[in-house]
Ligand binder design. Structure first.
Ligand SMILES: Nc1nc2c(ncn2[C@@H]2O[C@H](COP(=O)(O)OP(=O)(O)OP(=O)(O)O)[C@@H](O)[C@H]2O)c(=O)[nH]1
Ligand SMILES: [Mg+2]
Length: 338
């Protein structure tokens, strides 16, 4: 299974402005020479690759996009202004197809890559172009060229930057809900999540990253127990894993033992996955039982040199600090250091 982000949009280039018919007024000559300016060119529809984008989400809210119309020419040989180009920024890896035929029109991969997809209409000629032979000058305004329009399908294979790892019920889906617009089902029973969800996290309005919420992993997952193993491959290409830990189970269950169990399952499934960087995250610190057990568990991680971040997916406590840490992993630095 692939995560595919897809949107269908309608784009239109700009109509060319009309050429102007106008005559210079001169004393004693009823009609001076023709002096109508050309119409402006309509705007083009341009796609450009913006490496700071990671989804097509923004376009979902703007399915109809139009470039500017060229302005009409005016007297005294003044040309109409060209219509504004419509530049649509898309993330690297976006494929632009004709929505009807499926024909691939552009494969946008390189940051900064730019493609003019639809040309704006040329402006009509003003009659000033015919100054030398007044008789042949058009008597009527020459219309600008028509715009072009097209339904497009944009497709992007999404790559998750951050994978969420954890036993069922630790709050993975709650976390992705808190930090992104994703709305997976959340419930107080295991295996609420049965397929992976992706959420896009806007980091301090500068950048975004994609988080994958996968079903909970349990002991024996590498041999097929539970659901999670089928989805582990989806976090194989992430940059980093957030390993969520739930201390609210104490004293019935031992979260540290489960943390180690999960890492063992990971190693059995794929050594590459096990070698991936992890951030340990203790969730649900809004609960008294979790607060109570927090210090000793934090000590356990510290003794082993493992960074650990206490958060509450419910109240949001601790999440900004965690996002800074993720930013540091993904881009080498957090926002305030830029
Ligand atoms: N008090 C508190 N409850 C939380 C917090 N995060 C999650 N929960 C609760 O824990 C339960 C499980 O949350 P989910 O987000 O569905 O957990 P999950 O890890 O996605 O579970 P699976 O999809 O089954 O693997 C729900 O009842 C949540 O409301 C938290 O920070 N504080
Ligand atoms: Mg879930």
């Amino acid at each position: 299974m692939q995560f595919i982000d897809e949107v269908k949009i309608h784009v239109q280039s700009g109509h060319g402005g009309a050429g102007c018919v106008s005559f210079r007024r001169e004393k004693f000559i009823p009609f001076g020479g023709p002096d109508g300016g050309d119409g402006g060119k309509g705007g083009d529809v341009i796609f450009t690759v913006d490496p700071n984008l990671s989804t097509l989400m923004d376009l979902r809210y703007r399915p109809h996009l139009k470039a500017g119309r060229g302005k009409n020419g005016m007297g005294k040989d003044r040309h109409g202004a060209n219509g504004d180009d419509l530049t649509i920024p898309v993330p690297p890896g976006t494929i632009v197809k004709d929505a009807e035929t499926g024909e691939i029109l552009a494969d946008l991969t390189e940051p900064g890559q730019t493609v003019v997809l639809l040309k704006g209409g040329r402006g009509g000629q003003g009659n000033a172009r015919f100054t030398t032979s007044t008789n042949r000058a058009p008597k009527f305004a020459q219309p600008g060229e028509d715009e072009e329009e097209r339904w497009l399908r944009l497709e992007l294979k999404l790559m998750a930057d951050v994978g969420l790892l954890g036993f069922p019920n630790v709050g993975k889906s709650s976390f992705i809900t808190k930090v992104s617009a994703a709305r997976p089902k959340i419930a107080d029973y295991p295996f609420t999540t049965i397929k992976p969800n992706l959420g896009v996290v806007s980091y301090k309005n500068y950048r975004s990253f994609v988080v994958a919420d996968i079903p909970g992993i349990i002991e024996g997952a590498s041999e097929g127990a539970g659901l999670g193993h089928r989805f582990l491959k989806h976090v194989e290409r992430t940059n980093i894993l957030l390993h969520l830990i739930d201390l609210s189970w104490i004293p019935d269950r031992d979260p540290i033992r489960e943390y180690e169990t999960l890492n063992r399952e990971l190693a059995l499934f794929s050594p590459e996955l096990a070698g991936k960087e992890q951030i340990a995250v203790i969730n649900k610190i809004d609960l008294p039982v979790v607060r109570e057990n927090l210090p000793s568990v934090i000590d356990w991680f510290k003794e082993r040199g493992i960074a650990v971040f206490p958060i509450s997916a419910a109240t949001g406590e601790g999440i900004p600090t965690l996002l800074d840490e993720i930013a540091r992993h993904l881009w080498g630095q957090a926002e305030e250091e830029w």
